[in-house]
Design a protein around this ligand. Sequence first.
Ligand code: GDP
Ligand code: MN
Length: 304
Amino acid sequence: PERPPVNRYNLNNVTITPDPIGNQEKVLILTPMARFYPEYWENLLQLNYPHNLINLGFILPKNKEGNAATTALQAAITKTQTGPVDKRFKSVVIERQDFDAPLTSQDESERHKMENQKARRSAMARARNSLLFTTLGIETSWVLWLDADIIEAPATLIQDLAAHDKPIIVPNCYQRFNDPETGKPDERPYDFNNWQDSPTAQEIGQKMGPDDIILEGYSEMATYRALMAYMTDPSQNDVNYEVPLDGVGGTTLLVRADVHRDGAMFPPFPFYHLIETEGFAKMAKRLGWHATGLPNYKVYHYNE
Ligand code: GDP
Ligand code: MN
């Protein structure tokens, strides 16, 4: 009888370089998705990294909202994957999350309530891990975490971030809105999970119980961490300006695949009093990989 075939791979042949297009490197774009926004899909389509080098992975909750989002996502995928060849992606995986029933309300005010954070971030961490561990491939060079409500990013996002040659790199996530006072369009910081640690936050952590978490962006818990959200420099506006980070958010986050392969994941439990993406940055750091932020390189979050 014939023996089953053995597939041999040499991981050294999978390059991870600052010139990912030149080296034909595969990028895995991972998106946890509670709601489908057409603007998210349009933004994804306009990314000019060669689509035949991009694998897509989605995870959606199993509830009414998740069902509706899955239907809309499937329609968008079908349209793209049967449309012009140069817009088609290499592969697409959709997963449904059947653990940790998510919070019933996903409205922004409810999501951001402090008492809801630990359970919500823990469920998000498990969704991200589940998606990551089922889709990360032998050939994956980069993982781009892209939230389902990121609706605007430069077309060159992937190659721009990769060009920095960093293991973990994050642009600044902002939100466009109409200023009620001036009536004019303006923008404001959105993601406060990109930060540099502070002695105050360390002290807060030391006084906490082992299962407590430090949260960023809540006045009840002033951490005095330095937030990348406020590090933009309008005078110079050098988009390549880099800052070191100790915590990262997941709205748009480029990770070398070997960082995840080393075991850096999204802790769904308090890890040094941090969970999910912030815990990921800490875990990566323990593995010797440091995170970098780009304060002047902006992507935009949907305004609910
Ligand atoms: P926020 O912007 O920090 O308030 O976080 P979001 O609520 O936007 O969640 C981050 C990402 O996870 C977005 O892409 C959401 O669509 C998605 N998301 C939110 N809740 C769930 C959930 O329960 N399950 C899954 N799979 N994705 C979720
Ligand atoms: Mn969001």
